[in-house]
Design a protein around this ligand. Sequence first.
Ligand code: GGG
Length: 349
Amino acid sequence: MALIAILPGDGIGPEVTAQARRVLEALDLGVSFEEAPVGGAAYHAAGHPLPSETLDLAKRADAILFGAVGDPACDTLDRHLRPEQAILGLRKELGFWANLRPAKMMPGMEDASTLRPEIARAIDMVIVRELVGDVYFGEKGRRETADGRREGHDLMSYAEDEVRRIAVVGFEMAQRRRKSLISVDKANVLETSQLWRDVVNELAPDYPEVALQHMYVDNAAMQMVRNPGQFDVVITGNLFGDILSDQASMCVGSIGLLPSASLRAWAGDNGLYEPIHGSAPDIAGQGKANPCAAILSAAMLLRHSLDNEDAALKIEAAVAGALAGGVRTPDMGGADSTSQMGDAILAAL
Ligand code: GGG
């Protein structure tokens, strides 16, 4: 029996993962669930954001459903004890280097988008974010100079094999979709981006059907709100991917709609599935959180780790059905609660 580890985390994480679990349970898939604390919740309970029991569960599991981490009560802690270290640690420890973040306009959702309907309607992209390199994992430090100035640094670094493997994911995915790949970097300024561009260019001849374009990240941010329909598959580094996918989420209606999969293999292996949003402490515990991204993450879990495309499609259709029926949590301009959204998705299943 497949084991799904549920790591709800902080803030709205427990509320949205609870709805995702309801949906998985309703499908009667013959899977088992085990929960463990992570992030600030784990720090308060066990003194560490990623306790060894939680890491062990994540390693034993066939797939991980993750909520969100982030807790203002931990803001003054040493960086190593901050809740966010838990998700970075899980990605690194389990080797989840490829992060897929699909952003697609769902029917009838134009009212929630920040863009004009005719522009929003064309959105159907996947952002492929590199997940275990870049400034997130480069050498970091703080120091004080002789004249008393405080300095901080985070080293941005990529090795060619890290770039190559994420670029291959992008090319392969583009080949199966609309055959367009946009590689986002800042090669006019950054050495890492120049290496990134070289490596991506070296792979291009292996994918003659894929139209490759390079785009500076500042231009990509602008193009994503000007003409998001031009994006099919996007590959980019850890930092740029984190930022651009939040932007893409508002173009399709809400950050509460975007799921993600963090993988080390395309299929049939453990992966970590989480909404792209954070813990939103300002609305935690109020029943206002949008559970769609967590529920759509559960669909990705079934697709990539449990090899159950049928069940994944069922969940995605049920979410689209609930939204097309007008159910809206406050982030999308409505007044429905987290559990009402869960109920509507269950009813549509
Ligand atoms: N569910 C996403 C989440 O918890 N985000 C909090 C965060 O700080 N994540 C860092 C990252 O995604 O790189």
